[in-house]
Design a protein around this ligand. Structure first.
Ligand code: GCW
Length: 605
């Protein structure tokens, strides 16, 4: 094997496995666990574990028994009691979106090259592909999108006869683990195949997609469906023809419906050609403005995929107000495991805390699914940074049971992966639990976001996006910083239900971590602890570096208990993180000092 085992014990998946129930038996056998399996197809993903005089039994649907087996084995390996009882996932669709290109590159990928594609074709590394499907099933992920939503011209061929046989082969291998495939498609694809328009209301376009769907499902009857990024960051979409996103999504949904396919349609639609001088257009308002009024207009096999925050996967954002409306539309929340803005799998950033905060604001039953942008690739540990595996693990568990304890999930992952106990277990768990707040302290302050280097998005550049067309401005000047998003300003706040409006409206009560997301405040503004805003920015950044160093010291104590190669990889990255944290601190503090002329009270600048 050219990869490291992670939370699963190493094993070559036999080619002979055909179904999730067989995979479940095999998993149990691997670990010499005797358990009766009883497949009740109507149970689907759900399972029940019982313990009786004849031993334990897992009853579940085809996939349910596999999820049950994994759960049982997890508990057993870490010495927890048998997880008796009935369990069903919170969300039926637990999706992982790969941004992989056919040439093998991965957009925003920090874990090596694509697991699926290599040099314009499908990967032939079947042992690794099977191991990947196994890994995903162990945390209950059941849909995987193979290719980048920014569909490159050659990737259109994934749904032509050139590649469909290969998609079918992969779909079969993944189906053994209960994982269905999805592909990203280009809304304007008919144009490349001789149709003079891609207008969703044009008969020829509708006929073209119907025929395409029939062809696709002839090869890949289990395909979950299409993922679509339309009218977003220069991707084609229905707006080009004066049509709505409901009309656009329904075009594809009607074509897929006879085959049971679905359309996962992204709501990441905004003006990426904004004039920075325009202070009325406010990008976080865009998803809501483009979609909220379309509630009830989508076919029932459409799932709207909404980013968790209103901007774009920043270090801290409030919940997207779009997630809280559209009661008559199936919705999925999208999170980003690949750490584009959150340290690029160099800096540590464990995400579950963020999802917990969002889930706390989401009434039960709001979502039909969750989707995560994958953080995996051909890296030996799957995720570039060995500890970034935790985010994939926690995502899968969150999709079954939102708001399970972050600490419990982290400990479970650390125990399964490195068999840690006692002090080292505590050390690793604590470091990961604090990692997000630490990262937050040394990067853009108090919910501002976007002070990153343009393009690759690693490291500080406070003015990097300030005079650009992307709509991501903090508008810092010598007096104040931030955007007033209340009704006195852009009015973004009004997209929220009353309780959230009340939480965020008044700077005196708005959670401080989001203060500058919602408000424009002078540097002398008094924070709740009496410090000025600017002093708080200075202090946070100093603390962020100090805490990074402390974390590094703790991680150093793990050198003897982690496998050597793991520790080496972790340590190399830790050193880079320290450098990065210092760079952020110095650039951000100096930026604000030079603008405002306000000295650090402790004279550290
Ligand atoms: O954050 C941005 C990324 C793009 C990405 C886009 C999206 C795939 O910088 O690389 O495109 O989000 O989510 O569509």
């Amino acid at each position: 094997m050219n990869w490291e085992p992670c939370w699963l014990p190493a094993a070559d998946v036999p080619e002979t496995l055909r179904s999730p129930a067989q995979a479940a038996r095999w998993e149990l056998e691997q670990q010499n666990v005797e358990s009766a399996l009883s497949v009740q197809p109507q149970l689907g993903d759900a399972y029940e574990i019982t313990d009786g005089p004849e031993g334990c039994r897992i009853m579940g649907g085809e996939t349910g028994v596999l999820y049950g087996a994994h759960r049982l084995l997890f508990n057993r390996r870490v010495g927890l009691p048998l997880p008796v009882g009935m369990r069903a996932p919170a969300y039926p669709f637990r999706m992982l979106d790969h941004w992989d290109n056919l040439d093998g590159s991965v957009e925003r990928g920090y874990a090596g090259k694509s697991l699926f594609f290599d040099n314009g074709d499908f990967s032939k590394d079947w042992p690794r592909l099977r191991a990947y499907a196994r890994l995903l099933s162990s945390v209950g992920i059941n849909v995987v999108c193979l290719n980048n939503i920014n569909v490159q011209p050659c990737a259109q061929e994934l749904i032509t006869e050139r590649f469909l046989p290969k998609v079918a082969e992969l779909a079969e291998a993944f189906s053994v683990f209960g994982v269905r495939l999805m592909v990203s498609v280009d809304f304007s694809m008919p144009l490349s195949y001789g149709v003079p328009t891609a207008d969703p209301l044009d008969d020829r376009v509708q006929a073209w997609w119907r025929e395409r769907a029939a062809l696709i499902y002839r090869y890949v009857p289990s395909l979950f469906g299409f993922l679509v990024k339309a009218d977003s960051e220069n991707r084609p979409g229905p707006y080009a023809y004066g049509r709505s996103h409901a009309q656009g999504a329904n075009l594809l949904a009607r074509a897929l419906k006879p085959f049971g396919g679905r359309v996962v349609w992204r709501c990441f639609v905004y003006n990426c050609l904004q004039d920075w001088r325009d202070t009325h257009t406010d990008r976080p308002m865009a998803a809501y403005e483009n979609f909220a009024d379309l509630d009830g207009q989508f076919e029932d096999n459409v799932l709207l995929q909404m980013k968790h925050g209103p901007f774009d996967f920043q270090v801290r954002e409030p919940i997207s107000p779009l997630l809280l409306v559209m009661p008559h539309t199936a919705k999925a929340m999208e999170v980003q495991l690949t750490q584009e803005y959150t340290g690029q799998q160099i800096d540590l950033y464990a995400m579950q805390g963020m999802w917990d905060e969002i889930s706390a604001d989401l009434p039960r039953g709001t979502l039909s699914g969750v989707a995560a942008v994958a953080n995996t690739g051909l890296s030996r540990c799957w995720t570039g940074h060995p500890f970034a595996q935790l985010n994939l693990f926690a995502f899968g568990l969150m999709a079954w049971q939102p708001m399970s304890s972050f600490k419990t999930v982290t400990r479970l992952w650390a125990q399964l992966t490195y068999s840690l106990q006692g002090v080292p277990l505590q050390t690793l768990t604590d470091s990961l639990l604090l990692s997000r707040e630490i990262y937050e302290k040394y990067t853009a302050p108090l919910g501002l976001g976007w002070m990153v280097n343009p393009g690759h998005h690693y490291g500080p550049s406070p003015m990097g996006y300030e005079y650009s067309a992307w709509g991501t401005y903090h508008r810092a000047d010598r007096e104040a910083v931030g955007v007033d998003r209340t009704e006195r300003g852009t009015g973004y706040l009004l997209q929220y239900p009353p309780a959230l409006q009340a939480r965020y409206r008044d700077p005196a009560t708005c959670p401080e971590k989001l203060l500058l997301f919602f408000h424009r405040l002078p540097y002398g503004y008094r924070m709740r602890d009496g410090r000025t805003l600017i002093q708080r920015i200075y202090d946070n950044h100093m603390e962020g570096v100090w805490e990074t160093r402390q974390m590094a010291d703790k991680i150093q104590t793990l050198s003897a208990v982690l496998p050597e190669e793991v520790y080496q990889t972790v340590w190399e990255r830790m050193e880079k993180q320290i450098t990065n944290a210092c760079e952020w601190r110095d650039v951000i503090c100096n930026f604000f000092y030079r603008l405002s002329g306000v000295r650090d009270e402790k004279d550290r600048l």
